[in-house]
Design a protein around this ligand. Structure first.
Ligand SMILES: Cc1cc2nc3c(=O)[nH]c(=O)nc-3n(C[C@H](O)[C@H](O)[C@H](O)COP(=O)(O)OP(=O)(O)OC[C@H]3O[C@@H](n4cnc5c(N)ncnc54)[C@H](O)[C@@H]3O)c2cc1C
Length: 434
């Protein structure tokens, strides 16, 4: 029986702990400096919005951990001493381990902006961030305006949160069109319109120059670099992406890049130490997968894979085709395979885009220019079935086949209006092969 220590009780660490328990009698200690009990990070926004209470976003009852003999330790690890197989905590206590799983997640990016550490400036990542937001953006009497720096998925969540309390929002986005580093032009354009339709003051193609304090050292305004304009605000949300939260590992001897470097088995360069979830960086990522994957389901998959390895069945992390989903205020977004933005478009990729003339609905399908092989799909406002696209990607179906059979992939309830006929018609107008 070994002692397995896990740094981080997010989805990656918790999945590893649960699955190690399922398959073994190892002693397990699950460590976090954020919250004693696991919660669903993706549901943080719903607590602020009043849709859920804190206890609703904790998927397991507090007694679950004791019942399953998983020890919980609340505290920040400040140093990993790999030679002695020991962890040192901020309160100077220590913990010995036989095997260590690092699942310490991400942190919001800060780019050295003047004023980035003022009171009233924060990210939207942790329980503590939510508490800060609740303090500085409590209501629209005390918070006259929030400025969000950075677009993307978390920025738009933060904006939606503010809308529910009628707090005016300005978003400063460096790109010329919202999230166009990831999305094709037509989709990004639709999101610009959708965001503005919600009376969010979306400023595109601008950078933050500085965050300015009042006399008490609390944020009072921001200055925009390009125009010199000073915007008064009571809170600044930093949502310019996230990066692995690995600063505390700098003297550990672990090989690091953007994250903790791992092989396909999630092993680091040090024996008996593994890294999973947002903080892991694949040395040789699977084809068509990013080297750092900061999404929920990949954390879960890595947790499952590492548990197998620790329990004696060495298992590769093999996530299959890329997929993801999110929400942009009222619009649900799903992606399967790869549909590249203009900036990242490979030579071989072409795209077919369809947008509903009145509603916030569109799809983009990508395909190989020469072979017409289907490469991926983005959908906005239409729910699709993951397993169908996974199969079509495996079967290397061509674009004609996918568009003709789209209704098989539709996951919207029966009484929803379906758009496959409109999409097919638009496609036939553009291509003659069907
Ligand atoms: C607001 C928000 C919305 C999101 N929405 C989605 C979504 O809709 N879909 C999706 O796929 N993904 C979403 N994500 C991303 C997803 O939540 C993350 O990919 C996932 O939570 C990462 O899990 P993890 O277990 O790797 O790390 P984390 O959940 O970050 O957990 C790591 C834990 O380790 C702790 N820790 C770090 N260092 C130490 C240390 N030195 N000592 C002790 N403890 C430490 C941290 O405090 C944290 O509690 C969202 C993220 C955010 C912030």
């Amino acid at each position: 029986m070994k002692h397995i220590a896990i740094i981080g009780n997010g989805i990656a660490g918790v999945t590893a702990a649960r699955h190690i328990r399922k398959h073994s009698n190892h002693n397990i200690t699950l460590i976090s400096g954020e919250a004693k009990y696991f919660f669903s990070r993706t549901a943080l926004m719903y607590v602020y919005m009043g849709h859920m209470k804190w206890e609703h976003i904790q998927p397991y009852e507090n007694k679950f951990w004791k019942k399953n003999k998983i020890d919980l330790k609340f505290g920040f690890v400040k140093h990993v001493n790999a030679a002695e197989k020991s962890l040192e905590f901020k309160d100077n206590s220590t913990l010995q381990y036989d095997k260590l799983i690092i699942a310490c997640g991400s942190k919001p990016n800060k780019f050295g902006w003047p004023g980035q550490d003022l009171k009233g400036v924060g990210g939207m990542y942790s329980k503590q961030d939510l508490e800060t937001i609740e303090t500085y953006a409590k209501n629209n009497k005390e918070c006259k305006r929030m400025v969000i720096v950075g677009g993307g998925l978390i920025g738009i969540e933060l904006a939606e949160m503010m809308l529910t309390r009628n707090i005016p929002v300005t978003m400063l986005v460096r790109e010329k069109s919202f999230w166009n580093s990831v999305l094709p032009k037509g989709e990004s354009q639709m999101l610009n319109e959708h965001i503005k339709a919600h009376h969010i003051d979306l400023r595109l193609g601008v950078n933050l120059e500085s965050i300015n304090p009042d006399q008490e050292g609390t944020v009072k305004s921001v200055t925009i670099k390009e125009t010199g304009e000073e915007l008064e605000c009571s809170f600044v949300g930093l949502t310019a992406g996230v990066s692995p939260n690995i600063d505390f590992l700098k003297d550990s001897g672990l090989q690091r890049g953007r994250g903790v470097k791992v092989n396909r088995f999630l092993e680091t360069n040090i024996e008996n130490i593994y890294a999973i979830g947002d903080c892991a960086e694949q040395k040789e990522p699977n084809p068509n997968r990013p080297s750092v994957e900061a999404v929920w389901y990949t954390g879960r998959m890595m947790g499952e894979a590492i548990a197998q390895t620790i329990c004696g069945r060495k298992t590769e992390y093999n996530p299959g085709h890329w997929f993801n989903s999110a929400k942009f205020i009222d619009i649900e977004y799903q992606t399967y395979g790869w549909v590249h933005s203009e900036r990242r478009l490979p030579d071989y990729e072409a795209q077919f885009h369809w947008r509903h003339p009145e509603k916030w609905i569109c799809v983009t399908l990508s395909y190989h220019k020469e072979t017409h092989e289907f490469l991926g799909i983005n959908t906005f406002g239409i729910r699709m079935r993951h397993e169908v696209f996974d199969r079509w990607l495996n079967e290397k179906r061509d674009l004609d086949y996918v568009i003709s059979n789209l209704k098989i992939a539709n996951f919207d309830p029966e009484f929803f209006r379906h758009y496959e006929g409109d999409i097919l018609k638009a496609y036939k107008n553009q291509f003659v092969s069907i």
